[in-house]
Design a protein around this ligand. Sequence first.
Ligand SMILES: [Zn+2]
Length: 253
Amino acid sequence: MTEIAPGVLVATSSYAITTTTVVVGSSGGELLIDPAVTVADLAALAGELSELGLRPTVAWSTHPHWDHVLWSAELGDPPRYAAPAAVTIAESERDGIVDGVEKSAPGYDLSLIGRLQALDASAIPWDGPMAQVIVHDGHAPGHGAVFLPDTGVLVAGDMCSDIEIPLLDTVDANPLGNYRTGMERLAAVPGVRQVVPGHGHVGDAREFGRRLALDAAYLDAIASGKPADDPRLPGAPDWMRGMHEAQVAYFQR
Ligand SMILES: [Zn+2]
């Protein structure tokens, strides 16, 4: 784990450059956001946390996709929260989530996957630094970023990435509007000094602005049927290029 701000640690998995964020609270408690990805990653995370004298006292899942709702018994049994709409999806789409875990990160105790409680509040209840949640339906229903005003860290979930194009929730009735609303809500957060994407690298305030502008340009292009000249596409893995092509096709329809 790398300490990116006082009391804010980020671990990065080699699997899809997935981040896990830890916020240190009082008396060894911590807020754990999106622990991921492989069984070995979570074992290493649990080991590192216990070496630091930390234990999860509360957890948050940014959205109901398989790589953001993982858990292992070594992390204990704190309340694991997500936004209400995310919990609804985690329950109704449980089979798909479990399938994703089995295919991509096998070996988990599946009974612990996606066991989330709905939190309908503007901040995560715990005795550590204020952790505000910013909920929208871009990328996935009930997508909840976490902002830590004390340190200016925005844990953005699967938005604002240096390696991922915007990935729309195209089964939703209004994927583009929802995504843009999400971006507006994140852009309106005052005092962001660092952004932690769900996949990719931590960026500073300037980089946060650059990514929002890139994302807006990408969305404008595909929504108007123009070629998306996005710097993240040429080196993108096959699955992301496939998602891009599906999004282009969606708007052509
Ligand atoms: Zn993800």
